[in-house]
Design a protein around this ligand. Structure first.
Ligand code: ZN
Length: 267
């Protein structure tokens, strides 16, 4: 009984930390490593929540810019200035930070036909997922994909790459040397796996040199969902329960998305 109480207390603290209830003098809670470890082996079996979305920061990288996101949020109505409540406004691209791409992103006909982020299948965005480490000396080519040996029947994969080791999402300046899918890697995935969810740890699933070709291969069928800019630091490779929810932005081909992993509960 005592152990249960201690465990509940630890879990409580853990959740408080995740949601920023516990303040820290060292860092904003959004800069947390993403781990919520209560320090017992039992915790892995009882449903940790690992936040794999990046917090929006003024110094987070944005596409093809050396300036970073910059000032994206301001108090339009401030209690300090006499408003009855604080009310913020914000402005940012829909492909900022951890975000999802809809088919209309790279196909004009899909954009005009309304294949926006609100048409994305929540069943693909939520379910079992595999986190794999991509060898650090390569883009995601057909050869690299083959070497990962991802079995048939796996529908969601989070690809962790050199981008995580290089902390690219923590650097203001956009870096074109990030790792992503080459066209042949994307085609290999489409032809040889059952993957419908592709997650990656920088701002594009596609390598800079194959930017549009790889996106076209992935999004042509409208069956594969791309989530970019994931925070995969300090998470063990393996199988998790993945939960991702985009905003219901009608007409938008991209959206910020909140993704978390939960440990598999072994019954
Ligand atoms: Zn995007």
């Amino acid at each position: 009984m005592l152990m249960q109480s201690v465990y509940v207390l630890l879990i409580g603290l853990c959740y408080a930390s995740i949601f920023g209830i516990v303040s820290s003098s060292e860092a904003h809670p959004g800069y947390d490593s993403g781990k919520c470890d209560v320090g017992t082996s039992a915790s892995r079996d009882q449903g940790r929540i690992l936040d794999i979305s990046h917090a929006y920061r003024e110094d987070m990288p944005v596409w093809d810019s050396s300036e970073g996101l910059g000032h994206y949020l301001w108090l339009a109505g401030s209690m300090k200035n006499g408003s009855i409540a604080n009310n913020s406004e914000m402005k940012m691209g829909t492909h900022t930070g951890t975000h999802v791409d809809a088919p209309g992103h790279v196909f004009q006909e899909y954009y005009e036909a309304g294949f926006d982020v609100d048409t994305l299948d929540l069943k693909i965005l939520n379910g079992h997922a595999l986190l794999v480490d991509v060898p650090r000396d390569t883009n995601i080519t057909a050869k690299a994909m083959e070497g990962l040996n991802i079995p048939r029947g796996v529908h969601r994969v989070l690809f962790r790459t050199l981008n995580t080791d290089r902390h690219l999402m923590w650097r203001r300046e956009f870096d074109t040397s990030y790792v992503g899918f080459m066209k042949d890697g994307a085609q290999w995935l489409v032809d040889n796996t059952d993957i419908k969810f592709v997650g990656i740890d920088y701002l594009s699933v596609a390598a800079y040199d194959d930017l549009i070709p790889s996106h076209l291969v992935f999004l042509k069928s409208k069956e594969i969902i791309l989530v970019e800019g994931l925070k995969l630091d300090d998470i063990d490779p393996g199988v998790y329960s993945l939960h991702c929810l985009p905003l219901r932005l009608l007409g938008a081909e991209g959206s910020p998305i909140r993704c978390v992993l939960m440990d598999q509960i072994l019954m």
